[in-house]
Structures are given as C-alpha cells and as structure tokens.
Design a protein around this ligand. Structure first.
Ligand code: SAH
Length: 361
C-alpha cells in the first residue's frame, strides 16, 4: 500500500486527501477495512454497540416505535457499515419481541468481505442481503428504515486551507521521499464554499465530504419516495464550521494519518448540517439533532440498565460503567450525535415528542 501510494504520487503528483483516505480504508486488496476486523477490544477502536448490548436494544426499540408510527406492512431495514453485526443483532432481538419484527427484509451495505463474513455469523438464522453499493437500494418498494452507526465518519473527505486570502485544497505529496501535507497551488473559487466559512482566517481548515452528502441525497430521495426514516449516529458537529478533525487511530491510540497507510483507521468528524441540508434538498425532512445521551435517555436506556443489573447482580458495576460510557458527557454522550431523516409525513419519536408515548417506553 505504501509503495502504491508513493508511486501514484510520484507519477501523478500530490493526491487529494479524499483519494488517500479512500485507498487507505477500502482499497480492494489492502484497505484497512478490507483486510481484517478492526473493531472491539483487540482491534483499534470500540464502537457503542461493542460497549454494550443496550445500545443495539435502544435502536431496536426506536425501530419498533417508528414502524408503529408508519403503520402496518412490510419494511426494508438497511444498515450501513454494520461492523461485526453486533448492533443489528441486538436491535433485531429487541424488535422481534414486538409484532413489527416479522415483516422485515434486511439489507446490509458493507465494503469489507472480512466484516461481511463476521456479520453472517453474528446473524445466523436471519435472512439478509449484502450489498456493496448504495444504488442497490432501489428507489421503489416498501418503506425504508436505515441505520448507520459510525459510518459517515469513515467516508473520504476533502480539506481546504485558507492561504494568502484564498482557499486551496489540502493534498498528500512527497517531501524528501516521505508523505507530507501540502496545498494545491490553484485556489478554489471562494463562492463554491459554504456561507458559514466565508470569514475564515489565514491557516484555517474547512472539511467537505461530498461522498457523504451524495449518499445522504440518494438515501433521502428513497425515503421521500418510499416512506420511512434514517438514523445516523456519529461524532461530529451540528453546524458547518472550520476545523481540522481528520484523525488516525492505531491500536487504541492516536497515530500519524500519513505514517501507515492501510494500517490505521482514518476518520473525520461529521458535518451534520451538510447532511441535514442534503436530506432537505432531496425532499425528506431532517429533524433537530439530538445528542447520543439525549437519544438513549429518551429511548429508556436508564430503565434498561437497571433491569439488566437487577437480573445480573454480579455484573451490576460493569453495566453501570457501560451506561456511563455511552451517555456520559465526557465520554460518548455529547460528542456523538443522532440525526433522524424521515419522509415528510412521519413524526418519529423522540425527535418529535409525542405526549403519552413516554409512558409506553
Ligand atoms: N457500525 C459498526 C461499524 C463501524 S466501522 C459499529 O458501530 O460497530 C465502519 C463500518 O463501515 C465498517 O463495517 C466498514 O467496513 C464499513 N465501511 C466503511 N467504508 C465503507 C464504504 N465506503 N462502503 C461500505 N461500507 C463501508
């Protein structure tokens, strides 16, 4: 991978950060996600569903409530980037205790054959269809329910930096035979960047994820057309702004993103405003963002933690710790946010509070 990237730069010149990130993560032979299982305690990072079963269960309850809101019938449930399949397994377990569970067709979007095979084992006995491209989710059909946890942060993005009063794309080049960041000498037109970053000062960095926006556009068109809702949970910011959030993690520790291509997880924080705007343009409705802590509390995670602890007293301390990790302000509770996009007619709980619903959850 290193050789391939260096050769590409030598022959073709410095590459866009998006190209670099895409090669590192999903190169068909040596991409980070393609090669192995990066998740969990032995891997590079732990995601919410790997922390506790309660996370997937709360998603399952959300699905059941949304299905109740949509009315009876068939549904297509899609998960984007299911990792080890833990979230969907726990969510389906919770969902199957409700009448909605029986009418669901499951589709999983996964780029990594290694992870797809782990997902197959996690979902043993469950009918499912694996797809590689978002276009394989058809425009017509039953209402859609889409779940994405820590998916949008893994999509390749571009960075622009303000230098001498103009925006320039940040690129990956070679300096003394080592990979280094540089700037494309040709400035990009100021007006092609959003209003929110127009006053940026020298050196400021703006991140733009066109792939994430295009994906949200395609999914939102389908939701507007077929009915349904999408839940995107990720670390990120509510309003478009400047700031460098591109990061690498290797073995649970921050790493130099240019040092080991294909061996570190590369991500950036999600610009939720850009995704909400894309959903709106596509004819769907983006609901006000909730923090992960607010969302999980509204779904009843506190009561679930108590019930689990009462049933498993020997695990009570661990369950409390896991809960804190998911909702604690200094942990995942505030940094992680939940965006819900739905068809115009839907009022999905808890994004649209419904009086009387609280008593049922
Ligand atoms: N949702 C899981 C895993 C998050 S890691 C969890 O919460 O534990 C990101 C997931 O997205 C992995 O399954 C990875 O293989 C997948 N992925 C990353 N980029 C992708 C792409 N471009 N297309 C499809 N899947 C992708």
């Amino acid at each position: 991978m290193e050789r391939q990237i260096n050769t590409a730069i030598t022959l073709g010149g410095p590459m866009s950060l998006a190209t670099y990130m895409q090669l590192c993560l999903t190169h068909p032979k040596s991409g980070y996600y393609i090669k192995a299982d990066p998740l969990g305690r032995a891997g590079d990072f732990i995601t919410a569903p790997e922390v506790s079963q309660m996370f997937g269960e709360m998603i399952g309850i959300w699905l059941a409530l949304t299905i109740a809101e949509l009315g009876a019938g068939e549904f297509e449930l899609v998960e984007l980037g299911p990792g080890r399949g833990t979230l969907i397994r726990d969510a389906l377990k919770a969902l199957k205790r409700t009448p909605a569970g029986a009418q669901i067709a499951l589709t999983l979007l996964e780029a990594s054959p290694a992870l797809a095979s782990i997902q197959k084992s996690a979902l043993e006995g469950q009918q499912a269809r694996w797809i590689r491209e978002i276009d394989d989710i058809c425009l017509k059909g039953a209402p859609l329910l889409i779940i994405a946890n820590e998916f949008f942060d893994a999509l390749p993005l571009k960075q622009y930096q303000m230098a001498d009063g103009a925006w320039h794309e940040r690129v990956v080049g070679l300096r003394d035979n080592r990979r280094a960041f540089g700037l494309d000498p040709n400035p990009v037109p100021q007006e092609s960047l959003p209003e929110a970053v127009q006053g940026a000062g020298e050196g400021e960095i703006f991140e733009h994820n066109q792939l994430a926006i295009d994906l949200m556009d395609g999914l939102s068109h389908r939701i507007a057309e077929r009915g349904g809702a999408l839940l995107a949970i990720d670390y990120g910011y509510a309003k478009t702004r400047t700031g460098d959030t591109f990061q690498a993690v290797e073995g649970h520790a921050p790493a130099d993103p240019l040092a080991h291509p294909g061996r570190a997880d590369l991500t950036a924080h999600v610009d939720f405003q850009s995704l909400a705007e894309a959903a709106g343009r596509a004819g769907a409705k983006a609901h006000p963002l909730l923090s992960q802590a607010e969302f999980l509390a509204q779904m009843g995670i506190g009561a679930r933690a108590q019930a689990l602890a009462a049933a498993n007293p020997e695990r009570a301390a661990g369950i409390k710790q896991d809960l804190e990790r998911l909702v604690g302000a200094e942990q995942m509770g505030h940094l992680f946010k939940v965006l819900c996009v739905s068809d115009q007619g839907l009022a999905p709980y808890p994004f649209v509070p419904s009086p009387g619903r609280e008593a049922n959850t």
